[in-house]
Design a protein around this ligand. Sequence first.
Ligand code: CNA
Ligand code: ZN
Length: 355
Amino acid sequence: MPAEGTRRRLLQYYSFDHAVELLQRSSNIVILTGAGISTSVGIPDFRSEDGGIYPLLKKQGFSDPEDLFHIDSFNTDANGFYRVLNCILPPEDVRISPTHAFIKLVQDLGKLLTNYTQNIDQLEEQAGIDSKHIIHCHGTLAPGKCITCGHRVKAKYFLPFLRKCQKVGAPRCRVCDQKPPGSGKTVPKSKKRKRGEWEDDGSEEENRGIIKPNIVFYGERVADSLSPRLAEDILKMDLLLIIGTSLKVAPVSNILVEIPSHVPQIHISLKRCQMRGVTPDIELLGECDVIVEELARRAGWKLKHEMIPDAPEAVSIETLEGSTNKHIVRRLKPPPAKFEERSKIPQEDTASVHR
Ligand code: CNA
Ligand code: ZN
């Protein structure tokens, strides 16, 4: 018997091909995404042991890296925040990943109801996903807004400036900088000041006129549009895809608990779903780009992306021992280059290798 509050799995769906069938026959798909869909294009996630920002910051001596993304930290030491933000800024010439292209394809096929994204990198827009299909649960990097007077800085000016912040410090509001101190709204008083070794002596007055990115910090409310949209979507959705998220950040992770249990759920990620009460019907474990590419190929959909080879590469799908619905999906690598090279070595050279 499942634990109380745990969704009962739909036992008729368990294989990779069931996932393909669900994609083919569904017409109102909700896709919940996280930082894992952008790692392949050079934007690290938070929690991956291999390359995530939190483990990296821990190695640098920050005992509680999550604190750096708390609104109270921003209000007391914006420079410290901007130094860290640098780690998750998209590279200047960033491209979308095959997974972004897959979500766009779902839209083009008329099957995308909503992409609830926790990402702040705005690659959904770059992929061509229509804003009517996107809920940015945690906001976006840009535009920026002055925390004192509310002056807004357009994305096209703010994004390039963000790249300089590590060197020049937090961006400042030109309106406030022209006014004498005390003439604007004051920065909210911090309730949370245990930041130990990374405290930067930043006073509230120093933070006057700082520009804040449009992201939702820990300690702030998620996008107002999330709950009403979810209430609507719940009535229409016929499939939930969860891609590249650890599901560790509430309240977004709670979306899953609110979705009616008859709606099939597919979870695609490097790691198994570990959120209590969440029981995806099918778990596809591995690089999301490889998995969506194979799903699209088997569904007969044309997924085009510069990182996807023209000739399909074989993947292996291995069911985890002791389960029916958890599958490890890997691209079968072509033989290592050295073998090819060796076969091209002229006969006499081969002989010298064995001499
Ligand atoms: P997270 O907690 O770091 O989890 C990411 C998840 O994705 C982990 O479970 C990984 O195993 C998995 N993953 C990583 N790479 C891949 C891959 N190639 N294929 C499949 N799975 C992969 O991040 P969440 O998104 O769950 O947490 C929400 C936070 C992260 C939000 O507040 C975001 O704003 C924040 N964030 C966003 C970005 C971005 O916008 N690109 C980058 C870093 C952090
Ligand atoms: Zn201002």
